[in-house]
Write a protein that binds this ligand. Sequence first.
Ligand code: APR
Length: 243
Amino acid sequence: MALKTAFKRIVVLTGAGVSAESGMGTFRDKDGIWTKQSLEDVATPEGFARNPRLVHDFYNARRRALREAAPNSAHFALAKLEQSVRKAGGELMLVTQNVDNLHEKAGSNTLLHMHGELSRVMCASCGTKGAWDEDLFTDTECWRCGRLGALRPDVVWFGEAPYGIDDIYGRLASCDLFASIGTSGEVYPAASFVDEARTAGAHTVELNLEPSANARTFSEGRYGLATQIVDEWVTQVIQKIGV
Ligand code: APR
């Protein structure tokens, strides 16, 4: 593996593939979520305005599925990598497109949910945000402003700005290792992070079930199930770091 020996600043991007083996489903694979459900209907502000009940049903089901889900060995390996990097005096930022909480359950701390979180809601009327583990309904009342039906999942829909973008680009501009794990590379801006990392001179690696849309942009590709390839990669990176 052609890794720099001195890397101290790592950015890891994850997508649905890292949680697939925990039962959370992916979006664009055969049988993926967007093959059964129109994303325009359930993942856009316009869809929510048109049919909030459909949107609530969709995210309520996802939230219930998450209650049953447990982190897999890929989530645990990434938490271990973060601890090892910190111990060696470096920094690792884990940026996830996933709205599940499996990275936190596995022990990751420096984590940014760029597409929001299933277990949080926001009020489309007053903007308040908070933790939420129950179902949402079209007449659920906002605890802050009292408006009925304005609470929505705190997830970033198509046409909305992802969270933490300035922070992410700041980290990419100075990273020396960038890993993209379990993502199809179809959704921007996440799909362009590899370009930023390359410009910064970082080693870039993709770990995925199969080569993604922008696989050729990466310095290195490792393909297989996340539960098989992530742990192995993490072990090699930790050996390189020397902790
Ligand atoms: N291990 C590793 N990779 C896997 C596994 C697995 N067990 N199963 C599937 N994959 C790979 C697929 O080959 C695919 O390339 O994970 C990728 C998942 O891609 P998508 O379904 O497109 O998910 P993601 O890239 O996370 O989607 C990005 O799109 O709809 C939005 O907001 C949603 O955050 C999501 C964003």
